[in-house]
Design a binder for this molecule. Structure first.
Ligand SMILES: Nc1ncnc2c1ncn2[C@@H]1O[C@H](COP(=O)(O)OP(=O)(O)OP(=O)(O)O)[C@@H](O)[C@H]1O
Ligand SMILES: [Mg+2]
Length: 380
């Protein structure tokens, strides 16, 4: 079995001298980081994928012990002890690898004994953080879809009677005395509020979107202008734009709506935050990161290289609602409807994009990863 690149036992051979030429090629073509740790915790072998994972070159890693990279109380050491003691594979989920050099969380680590070398353990690291983001996206989308049906019913059943009520209140306004006129106006205002809500719900319905190349900077400029003329007049805006960005493949009006909701949330968070330590600020950033790929089914994968971020220096998102942010009707505001982020999630999902939120006190950032115009998509 020594000549076969990977033995039938499934164990990956240990030290570099044990990894045959073919074995190396195979291990290096794996996207999965693989590392062999000897009995004295020195690093015997790493494949190519381990270099970006640990943020160090192979040569550098090969001169180190695992104890130089991670503190000894890291669960990884316990896992290796178990592998050595029991001489079989041990898997641990949700491991955090944290040291001044490294921070990875939610990693699944598999440790297996190396038959040829007593005490050596081969470790493979499965980083599920990106998968988890996409998984959450799917959950948001299904939540949004259940709202879609309700939205259609609401739009149909509520809008018509509402226009009747508003028409009647308008008539009353002209025929009643001064004291009752206020009531007639109040009825119209409240009816308008319900109509706006129903209109927002209607956005959840599953209509195909019309797409064309959209200049995201124009969208952001428009949103900033609307915000500064209205709800964010007292807030400073910073813009950090990458001028060389290609157009987004999307629907301009819907993207305006997403970004307006995000900027409005940021402004509302800043208004509610009266500590006055730092001046309230919203930062709009764009960039090109050829990193995120998503599967669209049918074996197709699309790249989402365009990054748009809305960041504020407000108090941060309350811890208890973070896992549910994109669910409809979740709000902590007395007059909020809890539809802003649900709608943003739905629209970004319809664009084939991904939305992420990072939040801590003093810094909340919503990141959009969006597809760009390519030749197949009919770039101009
Ligand atoms: N930038 C932010 N900083 C702090 N909390 C935020 C921020 N953005 C969103 N949130 C929290 O997430 C909740 C949900 O936001 P979402 O936009 O979906 O609804 P809403 O703002 O409450 O209501 P609506 O957008 O429908 O007016 C908010 O109530 C707020 O608690
Ligand atoms: Mg909102």
């Amino acid at each position: 079995m020594r000549d076969s690149p990977i033995p039938a036992s499934g164990h990956v051979p240990c030290a570099p001298e044990n990894v045959t030429g073919n074995g190396r090629v195979i291990l290096d073509s794996l996207a999965l980081p693989v590392m062999v740790v000897r009995a004295d915790n020195s690093i015997g072998y790493v494949n190519s994928a381990a270099e970006p994972f640990f943020g160090m070159s192979r040569g550098h890693l090969a001169q180190m012990r695992l104890t130089d990279i991670l503190p000894q109380d890291n669960p990884l050491f316990l896992l290796m002890e178990q592998v050595r003691a029991q001489d079989h594979t041990v898997v641990e989920h949700e491991v955090t690898l944290e040291s001044p050099r490294l921070y990875r969380t939610g990693v699944t680590v598999q440790g297996a004994p190396v038959t040829e070398e007593p005490g050596a353990v081969v470790l493979t690291f499965h980083d599920f953080s990106a998968v988890r983001v996409l998984d959450r996206q799917l959950t948001f989308r299904s939540a949004a879809r259940s709202v879609a049906g309700m939205a259609a019913i609401l739009a149909h059943e509520v809008k018509n009677p509402l226009s009747g009520i508003r028409g009647a209140a308008q008539l009353l306004e002209t025929s009643v005395g001064e004291s009752d006129r206020e009531l007639a106006v109040l009825i119209q205002d409240e009816v308008n509020r319900i109509r706006d809500l129903v209109d927002r719900m209607d956005m959840f319905s599953d209509r195909p979107i019309e797409r064309r190349p959209v200049n995201i900077h124009r969208v952001l400029e428009h949103v900033r202008m609307l915000a500064q003329q209205g709800f964010a007049a007292d807030i400073r805006f910073q813009e950090v734009y990458d001028p060389s960005l290609p157009p987004v493949w999307g629907n301009r009006d819907q993207l305006v709506q997403v970004l307006l909701n995000l900027v409005k949330n940021a402004a509302e968070a800043l208004h509610g935050h009266a500590d006055g330590a730092a001046p309230p600020e919203i930062t709009l950033t764009t960039g090109y990161r050829p990193g995120i790929w998503v599967s669209t089914g049918g074996g197709q994968r699309v790249q989402l290289p365009l990054l748009v971020s809305v960041r504020d220096n407000g108090p941060g998102i309350a811890e208890n609602i973070r896992p549910h942010l994109f669910e409809p009707f979740l709000t902590t505001k007395p007059t909020g409807s809890g539809l802003g982020l649900a709608l943003a999630g739905k629209i970004v999902g319809d664009h084939g994009g991904v939305i992420e939120v990072e939040s801590q006190p003093g810094c909340t950032e919503v990141l959009l990863h969006l597809p760009v115009v390519t030749e197949e998509r009919g770039a101009p």
